[in-house]
Design a protein around this ligand. Sequence first.
Ligand code: NAD
Length: 510
Amino acid sequence: MARFPGTGEIGGDADALLARLGIPADRLKGARAAVTPLTGETIARITEMDAPAVQDAIGRAHAAFLQWRMVPAPRRGELVRLFGEELRAAKSDLAALVTLEAGKITSEGLGEVQEMIDICDFATGLSRQLHGLTIATERPDHRMMETWHPMGVVGVISAFNFPVAVWAWNAALALVCGNSVVWKPSEKTPLTALAVDAIFTRAAARFGGVPEGLSTLVLGGRAAGEALVDDARVPVVSATGSTAMGRHVGPRVAQRFGRSILELGGNNAAIVCPSADLDLTLRAVAFAAMGTAGQRCTTLRRLMVHESIYDALLPRLKSAYASVSVGDPRAEGTLVGPLIDAGAFEAMQVALEAARAAGGIVTGGERLGAEFALDAYYVRPALVEMPAQTDSVAAETFAPILYVLRYSDLADAIRLNNEVPQGLASAIFTTDLREAERFLSAAGSDCGIANVNIGPSGAEIGGAFGGEKETGGGREAGSDSWKAYMRRATNTINYGSSLPLAQGVTFDVG
Ligand code: NAD
């Protein structure tokens, strides 16, 4: 039996959590309400910053960078290691706040904080591996090498649905690379950002001698983000959020020749082939499509099922959708928590209406628990059998809707996979080696993440996360993503007494 929280039930829990996480009391007052999606009620108040205050923070971050860049990289890694330790100590409280503020179920809140810890471990090791190449030179008695240097202030703009991990993916790398960081979190999740800031402050105090302004938090909406985007003292802007946001941020940063790392929308698909292990597929699809109430950039939104197994898979999927437990994300057994707000619910209903109008058969999608919490939006995830990939299927609706399509030929399924503008993550379920390899080949999935027998979500820190197309082309976290936070210098050293010029050039002044 699902449980829904009632209005007035959360306030005490929130106050105790905010105090345990060490958020200074003076940061918890102001004109702006911080709201929980569990009930829709205000759980704290905060003060947002205007553009001059953001510019001031950037000035302090720039001054901090000038000192921090000269600290040896492994020593910078030590600060990030200490931050990872503080995160371990605060893990359950921070995860509980993620649940309260973003609506994630308890295990997903814990998983998000674990990702922060993982990137700290990764970045600590990386701080001893910021390698450049030594390159064979054509000149006698010369040596040529490349050196990686920090960029300066890294601006981080983050989305509500990963309120703490996205900043950590960026900040852990940026800091070991020698940069300072200014963070503008989503206006929907200021409290988790304040908590992370307090945790970082504890790590900095243990480290000792961290320049003031090395990691700064600026709370606010779009205007605060724009102040970061337009400031020439911010050479790198890493922005995670909707494609609409990326369309503003990308060109504005480019106009001043800044560098942007954009992580934008996703409209992710999976193909289920005739040889797929259906038990495994069912579990993977259910988690990828319904987890986080469909509010992950990597949420599975489209499923292409081969006609030979469609009638075997669909009834099982429908019964998983009908029985999934929706409700209070803190309650044991809940798998789907609330949508972030009324706007998300309305966008979901508009998309379902468009699907019906295009001949889709909708199961689920209705609002639940409204009688308990009038300002909260819980929904049963929707499964929509579609006759074709229509415009609304090809758009990202940030809610739990899974569109199911039939296919007969793998080439058609791969074409459908690629035929949306977003293309972030993708998967194929098959035990046929040829099908799997074809999906991963240059002629297969065009996504930044292409998986076999595992859903499209749940990226690992060690890999580089992101995609091409409307996802913005940015890469965060593992692999060689660190290079986006540094600049490369090529150095040539002459240890001889002659001066060979460029190929074929003579220039005799003596
Ligand atoms: P959003 O675009 O509404 O907001 C994201 C952030 O951008 C917020 O901090 C917001 O204040 C800021 N912002 C908005 N307009 C801006 C502007 N013009 N200039 C500067 N800053 C601006 O996104 P959201 O609703 O918080 O998050 C959901 C979206 O994020 C989905 O589309 C999802 O796919 C995407 N997302 C992508 C990834 C990824 O890694 N690819 C990860 C998480 C979320």
